[in-house]
Write a protein that binds this ligand. Structure first.
Ligand code: GLU
Length: 729
């Protein structure tokens, strides 16, 4: 049951019911929940903040918090019980620990308490809990994660907005919850009020004593917010009309072209930069080109790329009535007309025009039919389309492109475009304009290929008497020979790149710079930097060459910067796929040897290759020597350039014996210190020992260093490999 306090719905469920709902959702049995905490300040603030209001209205469960709010709910006849964020969170964390779920905590970057401290405190309270803490800016997307419990802790209203806005980054989330002060209780930074005060609902007084700075929040709640509410309501009509609203309007083709990703991204960047709305619309009215499952796949790819939409998807094929309702007034006002020409007539017209070296276009013959003639044919059920009556009494049609400036087209080259096809479906042009108007789109940011359609769209806006949005046509994407980037020359599907192991954030960085660079000085930007620097007028109108080698470089840069824990997880997935490790309980083993694979070992594997890796799927091939001793290498490789086979054999034999008796530490540093001391004692040169050792371990001419590798192998294995190698010399 829902009720409204100052226009904001607040849940007035019984506490036990709330707990039940939380338990069901976190167990993965019910619908995933978005849970927000409302207190009087948030309710007031939502009156002045459309985004927050929308976020609160999106929530599945609102926990009434704060004494004032509970009183208001009671006064409104609702049996509201206080159920605080701290209580809900405690329950969720306990359940998450029990069910071994992944918990993701987003904290304010540079906030007082650091992520490690947080996760440690949480793990102490709930042993076995798997917590990933990330400090992000409230404007940033975390990129997709597979967390099942997502907690945002930025303080209101950023945390509510963040959770709503980045919903798509958490496709597996069962519960997403925004909590503020609860964290301070949970991590023990703040002690809870004595029971009596809690029962009297005076916990706030206790907190005020411990944290006098909270007085400011009360001042905001009581004085500043009411003031902003009054001011914003005075200007509200103006404010809403200023909000930037953009959309990504793909036709579902079954895959997402790199160019479409760039279009989607630039729309997102523009929306975020202007604190506006990014909507998704699926343009699927071309029934002949319908690909089953394509719409779902498209949304999945957008989500995988961390590009969440605030509204939609608006699906055109579900709105056919809307388009039909808009065509009637156009016909009545003579801005559109029925055309009965058959395919044969149109073909003949085209052939004749081409023979006269004219650009083929509809000659407007059905425009001259009288109303009675047209009516008679319509009544007789003659197949027909509806065309735009392009005004022929003017010289041109113009619009100002935000990237290219004024674009003027002679009216003679604008066709009487079909608006409604003979099957009654709207064409792209008609549905596109009606929807952009209906969705209150302020900026149409799309690919250059639509420039030639825009004059028709502008005329349609005029025909309706609507103000057109601002148009911005993005530069073409080109191959290195400046031909249009197409499927024929290689992979252009975003899905293919994801499948090859390119990181979503690297792909985003890469496509962001196709036609624009925030500073012109660097190649790697965070999402926040892209948002902050985005400016349509700085987009280069000429075609952008797509160099996929640069994507490799960008991806490698991102891999280097990822935290080792995430790299280790990704590595485990790849090694598992390659059959080199297998799941056992909550960990892994090497199926060939039965050796247990720990998280620390995986982190070591990643460190070994991190500097050289371009894509994670390359890892198994690069580290295959860790899983099986090399066999098929040329024994000559064991001989260092300044040594010979006899010497190499002697060195390896002695080294093998030494290793067999070695009982010291097994880290790269321990091993390096011990082996180098042995080398000095023996009077050998480093190269004549370390080269054959490395080759004995890997069988490769080039590989990481022998100490890092040895540390990842078991001692017996190292000894065995050295002995086998010396026997081959
Ligand atoms: N459906 C068109 C496409 O797939 C959208 C063009 C537009 O954004 O207006 O590119």
């Amino acid at each position: 049951m829902r009720t409204s306090v100052a226009g904001v719905p607040a849940d007035a469920l019984r506490r036990s019911e709330v707990e039940q709902r939380l338990r069901t959702a976190v167990a993965g049995q019910g619908k995933p929940l978005l849970v927000l905490n409302t207190n009087p300040e948030i309710v007031l603030q939502a009156r002045a903040d459309q985004g927050l209001l929308a976020a609160l209205n999106t929530a599945d469960l609102l926990l009434p918090d704060g004494t004032g709010l509970v009183w208001s709910l009671r006064a409104a006849g609702q049996s509201a019980e206080r159920y605080t964020g701290a209580e809900a969170l405690e329950l969720l964390l306990a359940e998450a620990a029990r069910l071994k779920l992944r918990v993701f905590v987003a904290l304010r970057r540079g906030g007082l308490t650091q992520p490690i401290e947080f996760s440690d405190a949480l793990r102490r309270r709930h042993p076995g809990l798997h917590v990933d803490c990330l400090s992000v800016s409230p404007d940033a997307s975390p990129g997709p994660t597979d967390a099942e419990l997502v907690i945002a802790n930025f303080g209101a209203p950023e945390q509510e907005l963040w959770l709503t806005r980045h919903a798509a980054a958490f496709p597996k989330a069962r519960v997403r919850i925004a909590v503020g002060g609860a964290f301070e209780y949970l991590t023990g930074r703040l002690s809870r009020a004595p029971r009596l005060l809690q029962q009297l609902g005076l916990e706030w007084l206790w907190r005020l004593l411990l944290q006098p700075s909270r007085l400011w929040r009360i001042v905001r709640a009581v004085i500043i917010f009411p003031f902003t509410v009054v001011v914003s309501s005075m200007f509200s009509s103006k404010k809403t009309s200023n909000t930037v609203r953009v959309r990504f309007a793909p036709s579902p083709t079954g895959y997402m072209h790199i160019g479409s990703l760039r279009t989607a991204l630039y729309n997102v960047l523009y929306a975020r930069h202007h604190k506006g709305v990014f909507a998704l619309r699926i343009e699927d009215t071309d029934r002949a080109r319908l690909v089953p499952g394509a719409t779902e796949k498209l949304q999945e790819t957008l989500r995988a790329m961390g590009l969440a939409w605030d509204e939609g998807p608006v699906i055109q094929s579900e709105r056919l009535d809307l388009y039909t309702s808009y065509i009637r007034p156009l016909i009545d006002n003579k801005k559109a007309y029925p055309c009965f020409c058959t395919a044969e007539e149109l073909d003949a017209m085209r052939t004749a025009q081409t023979a006269r070296k004219q650009a083929p276009m509809y000659d407007g013959r059905c425009r001259s039919l009288t109303e009675t003639e047209a009516r008679a044919r319509l009544d007789a059920g003659t197949p027909h389309v509806i065309r735009l009556a392009v005004p022929r009494d003017r010289a041109d049609v113009a619009f100002t492109d935000a990237i290219r400036g004024e674009i003027r087209t002679p009216i003679g080259s604008v066709d009487d475009a079909v608006l409604i096809k003979s099957d009654g479906f709207p064409t792209y042009h008609f549905a596109n304009v009606v929807d952009d108007h209906d969705m209150r789109i302020t900026h149409v940011i799309r690919a250059e290929e639509w420039i030639s359609s825009t004059p028709k769209h502008v005329l349609l806006y005029e025909a309706f008497g609507w103000t057109p949005p601002t148009f911005a046509h993005l530069p073409l994407l080109l191959n290195s020979d400046r031909s249009k980037l197409s499927k024929r020359q290689g992979d252009v599907a975003v899905e293919d790149y994801l499948a090859k192991g390119y990181l979503p954030e690297a792909l985003i960085n890469f496509v962001a710079l196709l036609g624009w660079n925030p500073s012109g000085k660097q190649e790697i930007y965070t999402f926040e930097e892209l948002v902050a620097g985005f400016d349509l007028s700085k987009v280069n109108p000429s075609g952008a060459i797509v160099n996929f080698e640069k994507l490799d470089w960008v991806n490698a840069q991102y891999l280097k910067r990822l935290p080792d824990a995430r790299l280790a997880e990704m590595a485990a997935l790849e090694l598992e796929k390659a059959g080199m490790i297998a799941k056992q309980g909550s960990g892994w083993v090497m199926p060939a040897s039965g050796r247990v694979v720990t998280a620390a070992w995986l982190a070591g594997v990643v460190t070994l290759e991190k500097e050289r890796l371009v894509r994670m799927p390359e890892l198994p091939e690069r580290v295959k020597f860790l899983f099986a001793a090399p066999t098929d290498f040329d024994a000559k490789l064991l001989v260092w350039k300044k040594s010979d086979a006899t010497r190499a054999k002697q060195v390896l034999t002695e080294l093998g014996e030494w290793f067999a008796g070695y009982g010291g530490g097994w880290t790269p540093v321990d091993l390096e210190t011990a082996v180098k001391a042995w080398i000095v004692a023996k009077g050998y040169q480093n190269g004549e020992v370390l080269w054959p050792l490395r080759v004995a371990l890997t069988g490769q001419a080039a590989s990481p260093g022998p100490f890092e590798i040895s540390a990842l192998l078991e001692k017996d294995d190292v000894v065995r490999r050295i002995k086998t190698a010396s026997a081959r010399l």
